[in-house]
Design a protein around this ligand. Structure first.
Ligand SMILES: C[S@@+](CC[C@H](N)C(=O)[O-])C[C@H]1O[C@@H](n2cnc3c(N)ncnc32)[C@H](O)[C@@H]1O
Length: 260
């Protein structure tokens, strides 16, 4: 019985290995704009991303607060560098993203409630904004004025590509995960974006990769993946996570988080 299980697991691993070896996974240690500029123009089928916004923390001036305190302390290993999300930088990011996307393609950009009201309108200057999806995290988090339980995802197109299904609602209830990497998102969230837009073999891109959740989602959907992060820690972590997933079919951050 045990032997059968081991044989089965080995066969599964071999299968997984072969299967993922066909796919391209490129993970770079770069700023989002330099990375996007390094990609071939009009090559990406779907861009899914969760940028590191600085606006909410600056506006709320929670300098000694739990979250910002960590963002701001020098040499802090727990938190990452924020994208300096001035309007100018954000537009530059959007335009560079536009250039690498195929003529008819989709983009999903995550927003917190603050950046939705400040930066999100800029997305209209570059893309056709089709909807704002609410991600219901099921369990509530922190917050002084009503505790936060949701985030937003802007769905927009370059050109005129339809979704693969017309029956997906715009509220997605997916449980938040106990993060290993700060603001780590569930793989399932990114898979939902990918599977709504593309089929196997598509080119998926995330220029704010973090722990690599979007890369794992792309592999699970049998897509190629192109991603980057400015942080050394994120770059190393996401590379390791993808390597282990390709070799063993195990997602080390969602299944065995405490050990990594
Ligand atoms: C919200 S986190 C992404 C988390 C990721 N979705 C996950 O599930 O792990 C944003 C990431 O953007 C990265 N970042 C900040 N500024 C950047 C920049 N200019 N270019 C690329 N990455 C940047 C941060 O290092 C951080 O890892």
């Amino acid at each position: 019985m045990h032997g059968d299980y081991v044989q089965g697991a080995l066969a599964q691993t071999t299968l997984l290995k072969g299967q993922y070896d066909q796919l391209t996974v490129q993970i770079e240690h770069l700023d989002c704009i330099s990375f996007l500029k390094s990609l071939e123009k009009s090559s990406i089928d779907v861009l899914i991303t969760d940028p590191a916004y600085s606006g909410m923390n600056n506006y709320l001036k929670l300098g000694s607060g739990r979250i910002v305190g960590k963002y701001q302390s020098e040499n802090n290993q727990d938190w990452f560098e924020e994208f300096k999300d001035t309007e100018e930088n954000y537009l530059a990011f959007l335009k560079t993203a536009y250039d690498v996307m195929k003529e008819n393609s989709h983009i999903y950009i995550m927003f917190d409630s603050f950046s939705l009201l400040t930066l999100a309108p800029l997305v209209r200057k570059v893309f056709h904004v089709k909807n704002v999806i609410a991600w219901d995290k099921v369990n509530m988090g922190m917050g002084h004025y009503f505790r936060r339980r949701h985030e937003f995802i802007i769905f927009a197109t370059k050109g005129n590509k339809k979704l693969l299904s017309r029956s997906i609602p715009d509220v997605w209830s997916i449980k938040r995960i106990r993060a290993n990497y700060p603001t780590q998102k569930p793989v399932e969230l990114f898979q939902k974006m990918i599977n709504a837009s593309v089929t196997e073999g598509a080119n998926v891109c995330d220029p704010f990769l973090g722990s690599g959740s979007s890369a794992i989602a792309a592999l699970k959907s049998k897509c190629n993946f192109f991603g980057a992060d400015i942080s050394t820690k994120a770059h190393k972590l996401s590379q390791k996570r993808v390597k282990i997933f390709k070799e063993k079919g195990i997602d080390m951050l969602e299944n065995h988080g405490k050990n990594f």
